[in-house]
Design a protein around this ligand. Structure first.
Ligand code: CP
Length: 318
């Protein structure tokens, strides 16, 4: 994209896509391609992070992100500790900052945080010595999700530049859409987003995307359709009349998928609401790469940990 050749990440943390240059994004994706090879070996482990300690601080539910970070840590031979909010002193009222400072006093090298409030990882990164990785903060950003989505598209399509990617669903409450629009537009893709008017946040187009209120307009001729979950847990009230009506206007069905390119990729970050934003015939169909996204999530998280630890060049040499 920019012509720059980057061999290291500049920052100590990964808090969002915005601070990453195209060269840094390329470096993470190139490194993740090498990390994918480790999963094909009989012994899926390299000593790259031996002696490093990672704390996984998940203060919001997660299956894919949490377990793929843990898998990535084990494959790189890091020591990892996972924090369960319910059985910790958070349940007695200890603040996030005090919790993080106490964990840091045990001298970990990384703190991976998922938190319901936007900006929580940024607050910690300002005071902690450890590298902080944002595993999803409120409706703000989910940078490693966008990186694994980009890797999935790149592996299937050979690149990101020139791809037309339609992202459809609950744009208001989605951190995935924000990180994806920033990343994909920065790497030369055209990004279209669509959702009910009540679920389109102010300022969406300024992120670098075309905004539609009819799903059909967004997916027409698209190379990739990425569906977003309706996040009922983040909505004080329903922003659409009924789930049935939502399905009728905004679900990816086999009929609607025919509007996209014949070989269009179907993506979803998970967890899916089957029969709400996506029909099972599409989710489980031949164009779906949803489980490939999960596989690529481990490789991307290995790449991010490795690069933030100062790694460059051949990741398996040690
Ligand atoms: N895509 C994603 O963030 O899934 P989890 O909430 O299960 O981590």
């Amino acid at each position: 994209m920019s012509g720059e050749r980057v061999t290291r990440l500049r920052g100590k943390d990964l808090l969002g896509i915005d601070p990453l240059s195209p060269g840094e994004i390329q470096l993470i994706l190139d490194t993740a391609v090498e990390m994918r090879e480790i999963a094909q070996r009989p012994i899926k482990k390299v000593p790259a992070l031996r002696g490093k300690t990672v704390v996984n601080l998940f203060m919001e539910a997660s299956t894919r992100t949490r377990f793929s970070f843990e898998m990535a840590e084990k494959r790189l031979s890091a020591d990892s500790l996972s924090f369960a909010a319910a059985s910790s002193s958070v349940s007695k009222g200890e603040t996030l900052l005090d919790t993080a400072l106490n964990l840091e006093a045990m001298q970990p090298d990384f703190l991976i945080i998922r938190h319901p409030h936007a900006g929580a990882p940024h607050r910690l990164a300002r005071v902690l010595r450890s590298s902080v990785i944002n595993a999803g903060d409120g409706a703000h950003e989910h940078p490693t999700q966008a990186l694994l989505d980009a890797l999935t598209i790149r592996l299937r399509r050979g690149g990101l530049a020139g791809q037309v990617v339609a992202i459809v669903g609950d744009l208001q409450h989605s951190r995935v859409v924000r990180s994806n629009v920033l990343l994909l537009s920065r790497m030369g893709a055209t990004v279209r987003v669509a959702g009910p008017p009540s679920l389109i946040p102010v300022g969406m187009a300024a992120l670098g995307c075309e905004v539609y209120t009819r799903m059909e307009d967004a997916i027409a001729g698209a190379d990739v359709v990425m569906m977003l979950r309706i996040q009922l847990e983040r909505q004080g009230r329903m922003n659409f009349p009924t789930v049935r009506e939502y399905y009728d206007f905004f679900a990816l069905t086999p009929e609607r998928l025919k509007l996209a390119r014949k070989d269009c990729l179907v993506m979803h970050p998970g967890p899916m609401n089957r029969g709400v934003e996506i029909d099972s015939r599409v989710a489980d169909g031949p164009q779906s790469v949803i489980l490939e996204q999960v596989t690529n999530g481990v490789a991307v998280r290995m790449a991010v940990l490795y690069l933030l630890a100062g790694g460059y060049g051949e990741p398996t040499a040690n």
